[in-house]
Design a protein around this ligand. Structure first.
Ligand SMILES: Cc1cc2nc3c(=O)[nH]c(=O)nc-3n(C[C@H](O)[C@H](O)[C@H](O)COP(=O)(O)OP(=O)(O)OC[C@H]3O[C@@H](n4cnc5c(N)ncnc54)[C@H](O)[C@@H]3O)c2cc1C
Length: 292
C-alpha cells in the first residue's frame, strides 16, 4: 500500500510559500499533466506532500502593462495562451507554441508554469522563452526574484529555482512594432513532443534583417541559442546562402542526443531545414501583415 500524500490547497502565493518552506519535500501541483502521470507510474516519484496551486487566483490571467510587456500567470493553461490575442507580431511564437502542445485535453489542464518548471528540453515553451527574451518571476521566503529565461533552464529537467520557491509569472517584453515570430516543431506524429523545434523572432526592414533571435528545442539539455548564427543573418536579405550558413552554425552549437524521437544525426539534419522553414514563414508573415 502506497504511503498517503499530504494535500495542501493555499489561497495565496504567500500561503503556498509558507507550506513549501515548512513541509519537507513538498511539491507544487499545477495542471498535474506531468506530475500525476509520474506519480501513477510507481513509487520512484511520490512526493510526501502536494501543494495545489489551483485555488490561487493571483497565478491566473494574462495582462498587458502600459509599456506592452505581457505578463502570464504561472497557472495559465496552454489552451488559454493559445487563444490569447495579446500574443501577436514578435510574440506570436508564444501562442503558436502553446497551440501545438500535446492535444486538447492536456492543453486544457497543463500550465505554462508547470511546463517550464518541469524543464523537459523537448517541451515547447523553453525555446520560446529564450527567443522572446522572457523573464521568469519567482517567489520564495526571501521575496521575489526575476530570472532571465537563459538563466532559468540550467540543465536537463533542472531549473534555477529553489525547492521553497514557486514560479508566479512569466513576463514577455514588448517586441519591436515591425517584428514577426514563428514556431516550427517537427514531430513523429501529431501531439508528440518535438524531435526538433525552432523558435524565431525577427525584425525586417525593406526585406533586410534588422535583428533576429533563434532558439532550438530538443537539441541539448537546455534550449540552444547561437549568437553567431543570428549575427550571420543580421543585415542580410536572408537569401538561401545566408540561411544555409546560419543553419550550419546552429548545428555546431547544438548537442542533440539519440532518443526515441530520432538519432542525433537525424536531428542535426533537421535543424537547417527547420530554420529555413521558420525564416520563410516569418518573411511571409511580414508581407501579409504589411509590417515591412
Ligand atoms: C501525453 C503527453 C503529451 C505531452 N506533450 C507535450 C508536448 O508536445 N509539448 C510540451 O511542451 N509538453 C507536453 N506535455 C507536457 C505538458 O505540457 C504538461 O502540461 C507540462 O509539462 C506540465 O504542466 P502541468 O501544469 O501539468 O504541471 P504539473 O505536472 O502539475 O507539474 C510539473 C512540475 O512542475 C512543478 N511545478 C508546477 N508548477 C509550478 C510552479 N508554479 N512553481 C514551481 N514548480 C511548479 C511541479 O512540482 C512538478 O515538478 C505532454 C504531457 C503528456 C502527459
Amino acid at each position: 500500500m502506497a504511503e498517503p500524500v499530504e494535500f495542501y490547497e493555499p489561497r495565496t502565493i504567500a500561503e503556498a510559500v509558507a507550506v513549501l518552506a515548512s513541509v519537507p519535500d513538498a511539491c507544487c501541483l499545477a495542471g498535474g499533466q506531468t506530475l500525476v502521470a509520474g506519480m501513477n507510474m510507481g513509487p520512484l516519484f511520490r512526493p510526501p506532500a502536494l501543494v495545489s496551486l489551483q485555488r490561487i487566483d493571483e497565478l491566473k490571467g494574462i495582462t498587458q502593462r502600459p509599456d506592452g510587456t505581457v505578463v502570464v500567470g504561472a497557472m495559465v493553461t496552454h489552451r488559454t495562451v493559445a487563444q490569447s490575442e495579446l500574443f501577436g507580431g514578435g510574440l506570436e511564437v508564444v501562442r503558436e507554441a502553446a497551440g501545438c502542445i500535446a492535444h486538447p485535453a492536456i492543453r486544457t489542464m497543463g500550465t505554462i508554469g508547470g511546463s517550464i518548471c518541469h524543464a523537459d528540453p523537448a517541451a515547447d515553451y523553453p525555446a520560446v522563452l529564450i527567443a522572446t527574451d522572457a523573464t521568469v518571476v519567482v517567489t520564495g521566503p526571501s521575496g521575489i526574484r526575476e530570472i532571465p529565461a537563459a538563466e532559468f533552464f540550467v540543465d536537463f529537467m533542472t531549473t534555477s529555482i529553489e525547492p521553497d520557491e514557486l514560479v508566479t509569472a512569466i513576463t514577455f517584453p514588448p517586441a519591436p512594432a515591425d517584428a514577426v515570430s514563428v514556431y516550427e516543431k517537427f514531430t513523429r506524429a501529431s501531439g508528440d513532443f518535438a524531435t526538433v523545434s525552432v523558435a524565431l523572432a525577427l525584425s525586417l526592414r525593406h526585406g533586410r534583417c534588422e535583428s533576429v533571435r533563434i532558439a532550438l528545442g530538443s537539441c541539448g539539455p537546455t534550449p540552444v541559442r547561437a549568437a553567431a548564427a543570428e549575427q550571420r543573418l543580421v543585415q542580410t536579405s536572408l537569401d538561401e546562402s545566408d540561411v544555409q550558413d546560419a543553419g550550419r552554425i546552429l548545428c555546431d552549437a547544438a548537442a542533440p542526443m539519440d532518443d526515441v524521437r530520432g538519432t542525433a544525426d537525424y536531428k542535426l539534419m533537421l535543424i537547417p531545414r527547420l530554420l529555413g522553414r521558420t525564416i520563410q514563414r516569418a518573411q511571409e508573415r511580414a508581407v501579409a501583415w504589411r509590417v515591412e
